[in-house]
Write a protein that binds this ligand. Sequence first.
Ligand code: KG4
Ligand code: ZN
Length: 341
Amino acid sequence: MKLLAIESTCDETAAAVITSDLVVLGSTVASQDALHQRFRGVVPEIAARAHLERILPVIDETLRKAGVTLAEIDAVAVANTPGLAGSLLVGVVAAKTLCLVLDRPLVAVNHLHAHIYACRVAAQREVFPCVGLIVSGGHTSLYRCASPVEFEHLGGTIDDAAGEAFDKVASMLGLPYPGGPAISQAALGGDRAKYRFPRSFIKETERLAFSFSGLKTAVRYEIAGPGRADVKDVELSPQRVADLAASFQEAVVDCLVAKALAACALTNLRVLCVGGGVGANLRLRERLSAACEAESIELHIAPPELCTDNAVMGAIAFERLRAGQTESLDMDIVAGVMRPT
Ligand code: KG4
Ligand code: ZN
């Protein structure tokens, strides 16, 4: 059985053809980073227009890579939540149209659950039940994942997402968008212990919550100097940028590692799956590997290209198909940040 999966929740237009035994026949990701770079963040209207221009070429290219025709596709999956309204609509309308024309089932994909499922695709073996840590541009959340179709929210950020903090701090440091890769690169030459930034809730081991807003403000005051908040005209030496990046990154990583392990302890689950763009962060990967090894927790983090947005993770649709969870053509999008359920 072959699935065409479509992803357009934020600023990547992506498609993939995957078989039911999770072999990826073709995958394409068209990034919009260059379009949003000068705004240092995603501009929703620009994102929606770019998706519109790219969606059909991306699907065509994916089918060509996979060596299959549309007629050979057995089902179409699309991420319909969470995300930017205009972006989501482009993928969803494309998927519905294909389902209508081809008379194939439509499967809704929850983008966050799919980020966890990227670990299942990469592992090529069962990873459920597990604790899922989602660290993306819009979300930082912990889930109890009893099965690929049962996700229970355990806790998450009370303000900014980890990726958002990376993007905002990068902007303060004069680094390009997206901020995550830029900060992790700058941090390579920096001193992680140079600045002691706050680690919210880290001592509250029973509380699975994150907060990155205070950390962001602490970096701002460190850059601007006492009593000042404006970082615009502040000159930073390359070494200071590196030290600030490394110290900031270490604070985020400390919180993510502590809470992910706390979630494993609280749930008695010994498997941890990490998904979302921040999962591509080398320091986070290194620290999680060491911590999980010490605690005998089985760690799965997809390769970096499956951590950032992609359509391969839409293979979670096979699990929903098996559970009989298909949608009618009046399926809607649910935009915005996903609220705990
Ligand atoms: O999952 P994703 O591609 O899109 C969303 O669903 O939001 O995540 C994007 C986020 C951005 O905030 C980006 O800065 C961050 O992931 N990111 C990273 C790295 N690569 C991407 N953060 C830290 N280190 C990285 N290497
Ligand atoms: Zn994502």
